[in-house]
Design a protein around this ligand. Sequence first.
Ligand code: PLP
Length: 358
Amino acid sequence: MTTTENITWTEAKIKGLVRPNILNLTPYSSARSEFKGRADVLLDANESPFDTGVNRYPEPLSTDVREALAKIRNVHPDRIFLGNGSDEIVDQVTRVFCIPGKDSVVALPPTFGMYKVAAGINDVGFRAVTLQSDFTIPVEELKASWDDTTKVLWLCSPNNPSGNLMDAAVVEDLIRSFPGIVVLDEAYIDFVPEESFVPRLDEFPNLIITQTLSKAWGMAGVRLGAAYASEFIITMLRAIKMPYNINVLTKDAALDALAQPEVMQSRVDLLIRERRRLERELGQLPMVDYIFPSVTNFLLVRFTDSDRVYRYLLDQGIVVRNQSYQPNAKNCLRITAGTPEENTKLIEALRALGEAQD
Ligand SMILES: Cc1ncc(COP(=O)(O)O)c(C=O)c1O
């Protein structure tokens, strides 16, 4: 079925997208989900009684972290699901909505690789519609790519590895016309002044927005991702989660960071300045063919010979990401903005390579 008509969503239609076995699942009931109050003596979870700071299981829904995020994003905590990184949420969305061996998802390469891997793990078909050469969405081709089996559309904005923000009107049109779940991956949203789609959740019953503490918040090591969606979709994600997927150490670190958004903002400001400096400096090197405009903390740079540059940088102890194998990214390396000192090292190393070539 190819359609460009807007879908009218009813509760029954949304429910119909969920795999029947998940819709009917009785989720695992953990000790901490059965007893939610306060007690002096906890003998219900076969934990160790000795207080090491981590001897107790975490509260299963990480309510305090959801409340902290809810304040920042101005959304109800019941519309937030937390995952062990947004990686975990990518897998969970695939499992909630796609019947293995039957259903499919569609994504727009070059893009974040986990959408395809999650489909592969779950024996779900993966349809790829390549972004145009300026990394905008080929809307008509995309609309022609889905059919009745296509349950999830993955949109990444700003997109990794191209660094561009997708046009909000195009995103809106796709959410309204796709007859399944649209996931808008906003991992890099804190780097852009444009508004997230989170405040617009009420308009889109079929939308899931994912974000992460791994990028602007500087916490890739704690593994915390968030999905924002309707209460019904959040309930479905909760139904299949591991009982204690967010651990106590992650929770504590996240609460500390979320209490200081100004620290995140000052780092973001610095990284944006550094990205702009990289863009200016790299743009002057003859070995650089093109730098794609980026709104994120990284740049996609096309070199005249990316393999040579990649190997040379490795020899200098500098690792960037080779993207040349991705569609429309031939000879491209993805370079993350580091500290000012790290970026200076990169620029000097590339200048030295340029001079050796002259
Ligand atoms: C677009 C995008 N989404 C999701 C992720 C994964 O984030 P997390 O660390 O929360 O699993 C990444 C990481 O590179 C990413 O680029």
